[in-house]
Write a protein that binds this ligand. Structure first.
Ligand code: FAD
Length: 452
């Protein structure tokens, strides 16, 4: 008998319930990945993630080959392709991970119906993409938690499954054709500092993190210049690392750093459980506030380009383009700047992030944007992060700014955060004047929200 393991956001051999489930009763398994045309037409197939994905597929194929198997790659409609492969392999069972976006939920429903028409069963595995399945942590009488703190309490008290070992052998049925695998090197338009993908890279990064930065994480997580976070987010997004295994291993390590780190991983699960219950939150306000967002194309473009005249904002926006990644504290402050200081719709910012972020993810990106914009789950929806205060606290010596804004590289110390105060007022290297007065921005926001 044969089964199909349909890989989606779980591009790994270790701790993969989908692969484990498919291997269970079958003599042979088709490890299948479908380059889904729907992802491209929805605008999600962007260069940075496409390149990272190519690394992930190459590494998955290499891992399967070391075990006697190989990856089967197809392109097109995921339902149609999976049915074809199942038919060619004579498979009676297809295994896939449960996922939370509206798109993924519809895809699973379509797949189940199409396979059933051919007499093939679909097994949907929970707790593959997140550490805990959304349904495992729900409040009484409601379908999801809308506030993080009570969610986290419950999440922490809920048992986690033990990680599964990688399969020792893989046998693929004969005669199943695959398209050639893509190469990350051939993808145009990627960020120059983009990290490499793949399960082996992810596992190395995790081991390095557990043995290195984790202990200092609680003290360093918000410091922009120290860069003291794990940078595991792309691996969690593509599933080259299992969230459950990361939580498990961090808890095994113990200490204040691990505790703070696991709390961040719970945020990831939290946003997934919100989206699972409210898939429309990917584009519609989670809590409608009737914001009359400004159309400010020139200001939004200055924000995207890292030319707002606020060095800490500009440093962050340039880091995004250069690395396809941005520090969490920086994401918070640039999102607040766009949605509250400039009062531009959070969807404008979320779209730009999804164009560049290698970890760009519907659940985390859209719901964090909503959280910052005050349309989401933040219990203090009207808080505004002042970029100068943020800079003083989280880049006290200005090192982060000097790293990413070369025009200001020669300005010493924290003076770099207020270049308009430099003697002579000639801004070095054509660095722009501030595009907005912070007090005016705050005033406008307060008026718009009816806070005065
Ligand atoms: P660490 O600090 O090492 O944290 C470990 C892991 O915890 C992360 O890899 C991530 O999986 C999870 N995590 C940490 N903070 C958050 C958070 N606030 N929400 C959800 N999960 C979190 N994260 C994404 O993975 N994809 C996105 O598209 C994304 N968009 C964001 C947009 C905005 C406006 C904001 C404010 C945050 C966004 N985040 C997103 C969350 C967070 O910024 C990143 O997960 C984090 O910066 C990744 O770096 P790291 O792996 O070094 O994190």
């Amino acid at each position: 008998t044969a089964a199909v393991a349909l890989f989606t956001a779980d591009l790994r051999l270790h701790d993969n319930p989908v692969l484990h489930g498919a291997s269970g009763g079958a003599d042979a398994v088709v490890p299948l990945f479908v380059r889904d045309g729907g992802i491209g037409s929805a605008g999600f197939d962007v260069p940075n993630r496409r390149a990272f994905l190519a690394d992930c597929l190459a590494d998955l194929d290499a891992g399967l080959r070391r075990r006697g198997g190989r990856l089967v790659l197809r392109s097109g409609d995921v339902v149609e392709q999976t049915c074809r492969v199942a038919h060619a392999a004579g498979a009676r069972d297809v295994h896939v991970a449960a996922d939370v976006s509206g798109y993924a939920q519809r895809r699973t429903a379509r797949l189940r119906a199409a396979l059933a028409a051919d007499g093939v069963r679909l097994h949907v595995h929970e707790g593959v993409v997140t550490a805990l399945p959304p349904a495992a942590v729900t409040p009484q009488g409601k379908d999801h938690f809308a506030v993080f703190t009570p969610y986290f309490r419950r999440w922490s008290a809920t048992g986690l499954r033990s990680p599964l070992a990688a399969p020792r052998a893989a046998r693929v049925p004969d005669g199943i054709a695959s398209e050639p695998l893509p190469h990350s090197a051939g993808v145009p338009g990627t960020s120059p500092g983009l990290a490499g993908g793949g399960e082996r890279a992810g596992r190395r990064a995790l081991s390095g993190w557990l043995g290195g930065g984790l202990d200092g994480y609680a003290d360093r997580q918000d410091d922009l210049s120290l860069d003291g976070t794990s940078r595991l987010s792309p691996h969690l997004h593509f599933g080259t690392l299992s969230a459950a295994e990361v939580v498990h291993r961090a808890r095994g390590h113990g200490g204040a750093g691990a505790e703070a780190f696991v709390r961040q991983l719970a945020w990831r699960d939290f946003h997934h459980q919100v989206l699972a219950a409210r898939p429309d939150a990917a584009h519609a306000d989670y809590r409608t506030r009737h914001d009359r967002w400004r159309r400010a194309p020139r200001e939004a473009e200055a924000w995207r380009a890292g030319r707002t005249g606020y060095p800490v904002v500009d440093a962050a926006m340039r880091q995004l383009r250069h690395e396809g990644w941005m520090h969490n504290r920086a994401r918070l402050l640039v999102a607040s700047f766009l949605t509250k200081t400039l009062y531009v719709d959070w969807r404008v910012g979320a779209r730009h992030f999804l164009d560049w972020l290698v970890d760009g993810d519907v659940a985390n990106n859209q719901l964090n944007w909503q959280w910052v914009a005050g349309t989401g789950t933040d219990t203090r929806p009207h808080r505004v992060l002042n970029p100068l205060v943020q800079a003083r606290r989280f880049d006290p010596d200005g090192d982060y700014v000097r790293r990413w804004v070369p025009e200001l590289a020669g300005v010493e110390g924290r003076a770099v955060h207020r270049p308009w105060l430099l003697p002579g007022r000639a801004l070095p290297g054509h660095y722009p004047e501030p595009i907005v007065d912070l007090a005016e921005g705050l005033d406008r926001f307060r008026t718009a929200r009816g806070l005065r």
